[in-house]
Design a protein around this ligand. Structure first.
Ligand SMILES: Cc1ncc(COP(=O)(O)O)c(C=O)c1O
Length: 354
């Protein structure tokens, strides 16, 4: 398939309509041939000028990355630091906004993947709007879209970024980004240089079911299939399924005596503290190489403390149960015998049969 041919244009049209459905918006949702981080960079450089004041909520690796991207492009970034594993507190965000005075842009990571924490995005957006109605609000929904109800138009946010390897369950390489009318006005006023990531150029190309440069054809084909499946299931069913899987994973982990790392645990990834004496990286390696189950370790200062179990992107009941079966075996191999056999399976299954 060639990306300038009618067959591809038809797919682009389908993908654009499907994305508007998922983002719950009438606005443009653009597709960029890049990973989520490229989407982050595109979001920042299209709506900002050097020296613009940006407030970034940072409670983990990805919040920090947003601040780093802003600084790399010469923004005046204030980091609202949140302890890892804790949710942003709206009153504290309001206090930071008051202390800052003028602010051009606010960035919220709806779901902080590095700590498995969901932040109260809607409430924070309200605080920002009360403080500065015309501020540009960017939401990182990379592990939140398709998991939580984040209606782009109703929330009144300006740019929302997602990536193909998360809830879409596709390989990485396609970022999606919705832009509001306020966002487009900011794009016209912004003076940061942009070329490949010039969203205005993409907007006019994508209105014609094209991309400005060569399209990520295979990912667009996959995206259409996934959006069709998602639409057949329905938005509320998607959110409910994510909540149900997350509940089962939390129940299973707790039954093994593992504690949740986050005080506001996410429905897309569960971060758990490993049992005393277990090296998280040894557990990750053993599960991967011996038991064929992929989980993730922690990053930075929680590397020695947590592992993360992902449950978005077409993970199903069998995956959850198999993971606990193998996790129990791996923990026993590593000398942990403080749980009854099948304790986690039974706790997870009790949620799944409901
Ligand atoms: C919340 C969040 N933001 C940003 C990113 C960066 O996306 P990518 O790894 O596709 O560049 C990720 C990736 O896991 C993420 O989870």
């Amino acid at each position: 398939m060639h990306h300038r041919q009618p067959a591809f244009k038809a797919l682009m049209g389908e993908a654009r309509r499907g994305l508007q459905w998922l983002y719950q918006t009438q606005s443009d949702v653009l597709m960029l041939a890049t990973t989520g981080t490229g989407g982050m960079e595109a979001a920042i450089i299209n709506v900002a000028s050097p020296g613009d004041r940006a407030l970034v909520l940072t409670g983990g690796k990805f919040g920090q990355r947003w601040a780093d991207v802003g600084e790399a492009f010469g923004l005046d970034v204030t980091r609202h630091e949140i302890a890892w594993g804790q949710a942003a507190v709206p009153d504290e965000v309001s206090a930071t906004l008051d202390a800052m005075g003028d602010v051009h842009m606010v960035v919220i990571t709806a779901n902080e993947t590095s700590t498995g924490t969901v932040h109260p995005t809607a409430e924070i957006v309200k605080r920002v709007r009360a403080h500065r109605p015309e501020a540009i609000i960017i939401v990182d929904a990379i592990t939140a879209l398709g998991v939580y109800d984040l209606p782009f138009d109703a929330l009144d946010v300006d740019l929302m970024v997602c990536g193909s390897q998360k809830a879409f369950g596709l390989p990485p390489g396609l970022a999606t980004i919705a832009v509001s009318e306020r966002g487009w006005r900011a794009a016209d006023a912004a003076t940061l240089p942009r070329y490949f990531f010039d969203l205005r150029r993409e907007r006019s190309a994508q209105a014609k079911n094209q991309t400005a440069f060569t399209s990520a054809i295979s990912l667009t084909v996959g995206l259409c299939d996934v959006l069709e499946i998602m639409q057949a299931r329905g938005l509320q069913a998607l959110f409910a399924q994510q909540a149900r899987l997350a509940d089962a994973v939390r129940a299973g982990a707790l039954a093994l005596g593992m504690r949740l790392f986050s005080e506001a645990p996410s429905n897309s990834v569960t971060a758990v503290r490993v049992p005393e004496g277990v090296d998280p990286s040894a557990l990750v390696t053993l599960l991967r190489d011996t038991y064929g189950v992929a989980i993730a370790g922690g990053q930075d200062h929680v590397k020695k403390t947590i592992v993360r179990l992902g449950h978005l992107g077409f993970i199903d009941d069998q995956d959850v149960l198999l993971t606990f079966m193998r996790l129990e075996k791996a923990l026993r191999d590593l000398g942990v015998d403080t749980f009854e056999p099948a304790a986690s399976l039974s706790a997870a299954a009790r949620v799944l049969v409901r």
